[in-house]
Write a protein that binds this ligand. Structure first.
Ligand code: DCP
Ligand code: MG
Length: 407
């Protein structure tokens, strides 16, 4: 077989580009070794990013493993008699209103005919590994966000494919061929848009947001669908007569910052489709948490306790979803005057049990509540992640999810 010089050159050039991109995406870990800002390189604006998210992940695996469950409402979650929560449910259960994070007891009231199955984390982790191995056959630039979700930078890729849309289809086909599971993919030129795209046409969909369509897409998007806009912010925006991206775009940066604080900068960029983040293959997360800023400062201890319980259960759910365990729970309280305290409590052994995390957070809350002297503005619960090798630091810096609020 004759290989032309041109083919060798193209192959070599593609490999070189991949290596260079891998290096640039990890520049922050090289410190000031090179004074190149990856955000200033020509790569940034010409990127092709795919976000892949598996459909009804835990439930779909259960349906695959037990074919008699196919086409039926399936709920994967904790014991309804022990304050268990829903991890996920099949698409057949969703029209009944069943959602991740709700009490299993409530979910079964909404959909009594559903088959309830316990969480089999080891099984889901193994399937997740299979899927991530498939991703890495396409590009080394894979950033996992949870057990069933990842960003892939495919600007240059191991298949030498120029169309990211064709590549997304190829990835979905490969996942289905190897695992019999469906995924949804979003294709765009940055991570923010690729993520919105993958959630647009679920299950088993592909949505492409090309640079020429991004402005129209975002202008028509309800504000609630912007990542980081929670219920409270959405209500606030609605109160200001802002319900779509177009409405949001009319607000000058100064007004956004004045109204929402620092996060106003994010809204200003997001609505213009600007996101300079790079797909970073290895991310060491020290802890994860959820927090809630209240619309009105409060000293209602029952209300606060309920919030702590809810946040603790939510953190436990996310921990499970990323296949991690924790050795300690931490409570964060920010008073009305912005003074902040954090208190940490360890478990006897590592856990990913949402109830144990919530109970620990409540214990800390009860201890702290005695000393509450001011109204509370924000409350957060986080879990310290177990380090490789099983060591856990005494108290880690907080790594609350980046969204501004989580109500
Ligand atoms: N998960 C969980 N608890 C939560 C949220 C999620 O245990 N509160 C687990 C179960 C999900 C998996 O994480 O199957 C992936 O989460 P997703 O949000 O991607 O939800 P699904 O994949 O189940 O459904 P979708 O088709 O909406 O992505
Ligand atoms: Mg999913």
């Amino acid at each position: 077989m004759q290989v032309s010089f041109k083919e060798i050159f193209v192959k070599f050039f593609n490999e070189f580009c991949l290596l260079l991109r891998l290096f640039l995406s990890n520049l922050d870990r090289f410190g000031s070794l090179l004074s190149v800002d990856q955000h200033d390189t020509f790569f940034r604006d010409n990127r092709k990013i795919i976000h892949v998210d598996m459909d009804a992940f835990f439930a779909a695996i259960e349906q695959r493993d037990q074919p008699k469950l196919k086409g039926k409402p399936v709920i994967v979650g904790g014991d309804p008699w022990k304050r268990g929560v829903v991890s996920t449910c099949s698409y057949e259960a969703r029209p009944f209103g069943v959602r991740s994070g709700m009490a299993t007891h409530r979910a079964l009231q909404l959909c009594p005919q559903a088959v309830l199955l316990p969480v089999r984390m080891d099984r889901y982790r193994a399937v997740s590994e299979e899927i991530f191995n498939i991703f890495r056959q396409f590009t080394p630039l894979v950033e996992g966000m949870s057990i069933d979700e990842a960003y892939l930078d495919v600007t240059t890729n191991l298949k030498n494919e120029t169309s990211a849309t064709r590549l997304a289809k190829h990835i979905k086909d490969e996942i289905f061929y190897k695992t019999e599971l469906t995924a949804s993919a979003g294709v765009s030129f940055n991570m923010f848009l690729a993520k919105i795209a993958s959630g647009t046409n679920k299950p088993n969909g592909i949505t492409v947001i090309a640079p020429s369509c991004a402005a129209d897409f975002l202008e028509a998007l309800p504000v609630r669908r912007f990542h980081g806009v929670g219920r409270v912010t959405a209500n606030r925006l609605h109160g200001m007569n802002i319900s779509t991206g177009w409405d949001l775009k009319q607000l000058p940066l100064e007004v956004l910052v004045e109204t929402f604080g620092k996060i106003g900068h994010y809204y200003h960029e997001a609505v213009r489709g600007i996101d300079h983040r790079c797909v970073t293959p290895v991310r060491v997360r020290k802890s994860l948490g959820r927090e809630n800023t209240f619309p009105v400062d409060t000293s209602d201890l029952d209300f606060l306790r309920e919030q702590v319980l809810r946040l603790g259960l939510e953190v436990g759910g996310i921990l499970k979803s990323i296949g991690q365990r924790t050795r300690a729970a931490t409570l964060k309280v920010k008073y009305a005057d912005f003074h902040q305290i954090t208190r940490c409590r360890r478990f006897f052994q590592t856990t990913d049990d949402a109830e144990a995390i919530a109970d620990n957070a409540i214990l800390i809350f009860n201890e702290c509540a005695k000393a509450f002297c001011k109204k509370v503005r924000l409350i957060g619960v986080s879990a310290t992640l177990e380090r490789l090798g099983g060591q856990t630091p005494a108290q880690e810096e907080f790594d609350f999810m980046k969204s501004p609020n989580f109500t």
